[in-house]
Design a binder for this molecule. Structure first.
Ligand SMILES: [Zn+2]
Ligand SMILES: [Zn+2]
Length: 342
């Protein structure tokens, strides 16, 4: 079994956890606070050259128990001694993240906002209040691909204008054809794609966007005390999609401001250079079920901005009575994702 890394307190050796509020690692035994970049990580596991094996076991450094993991788990807790552990071999070599947006929203704040969210949705069934059972409430870092694109865009084609004028008994139609050629440099940043296949698309779309200017260089300290998933989607697919999206963006930008009644043109993005970053983004995930019910509902909050998204048991009768017609919009409106097309 491989050791699961525990980020240790430099003063007493106990485990450290990342504190979203103060943005430091803190020790709950001696109270020492350690900035994430001052950790001595010389004991870091050397990077293996092959892919991590999903079924390999991990051993807790503190108590020796086996760490229970899913195939894509990259940070978790020891179920026996509750030490936060980071499975570093799943985050090394090709799988080492380029960056991470650390949690900024505290657990207490996420919980408080969840309660406020329930209250604010008056379409929720009355029986739901006070009886919802929390199944799970965790801060999870999810893997994403972020791509930047640079390329030389060229537009070639024809534009047409048509004008008419009446002179005497005649109607004159003038058609003018223009040869079009435009060139420009495209530099577009922060196209985002998911990097874990099991992420629920509607829900995860709902917590976007993240402020990607806040991406910090990856270090395992940010993960300590949270859950983290590793990617299972390789770079190539998302990279092609991003190049395609950049191509479409180039097409619309190069056509901008043309005052022809008809344009027939091709835009090509020549030799686009796509730079991909593998990043971990923070999400508070709350799973709950109604008392006596089997249906699991989820509520997600962006761990950086606090934007929420959730599914609630809707009282259809009440909804129809109050505002007929908006019913269909409600389920979607709770998770309005916008332009995140995966
Ligand atoms: Zn300590
Ligand atoms: Zn343990």
């Amino acid at each position: 079994m491989s050791p699961a890394t525990i980020i240790k307190c430099p003063s007493c050796g106990a485990s450290l956890t990342w504190q979203p509020g103060s943005q430091v690692l803190s020790c709950r035994f001696c109270g020492a606070q350690t900035p994430v970049n001052q950790l001595d990580l010389s004991g870091e596991t050397p990077a293996p050259e092959r892919e991590p094996e999903p079924l390999k076991g991990y051993k807790c450094e503190m108590c020796g128990a086996e760490i229970i993991t899913g195939a894509t788990t990259a940070a978790t807790h020891c179920y026996f001694c509750h030490s936060p552990v980071v499975l570093e071999d799943r985050l090394s070599a090709d799988f080492k993240p380029d960056g991470v947006i650390p949690f900024r929203i505290e657990r207490e704040e996420a919980e408080r906002q969840f309660q406020a969210y329930l209250k604010a949705h008056r379409f929720v069934r009355h029986s739901f209040f006070g009886s919802a059972l929390m199944e799970d409430f965790s801060g999870v870092y999810y893997p994403y691909w972020v791509g930047d694109v640079e390329g030389h865009a060229v537009l070639d084609g024809q534009g047409k204008t048509v004008s008419t004028a009446v002179r005497g008994n005649y109607l004159y139609t003038t058609t003018r054809l223009f040869q079009l050629h435009r060139e420009g440099e495209l530099r577009a940043k922060n196209f985002i794609r998911k990097a874990l296949s099991s992420v629920d698309r509607q829900l995860s779309d709902g917590v976007h966007p993240f402020d990607l200017s806040d991406i910090k260089p990856y270090t395992p300290g940010y993960l300590s005390g949270f859950l983290a998933e590793m990617r299972d989607i390789p770079k190539d697919g998302p990279m092609q999609e991003i190049a395609q999206e950049a191509q479409e963006l180039a097409g619309s930008m190069m056509r901008r401001g043309m005052k022809y009644s008809d344009v027939n043109a091709n835009v090509s993005l020549q030799n686009p250079a796509v730079t991909m970053r593998y990043v971990l983004l923070p999400v508070w995930v709350l799973m709950y079920r109604e008392n006596g019910g089997n249906q699991i509902y989820s509520y997600l909050m962006n761990g950086q901005t606090g934007k929420v998204c959730g599914r609630l048991p809707i009282n259809t009768g009440k909804l129809m009575g109050t505002a007929a017609g908006i019913g269909a919009a409600v389920a979607g409106a709770l998770c309005a994702g916008g332009a995140w097309l995966w």
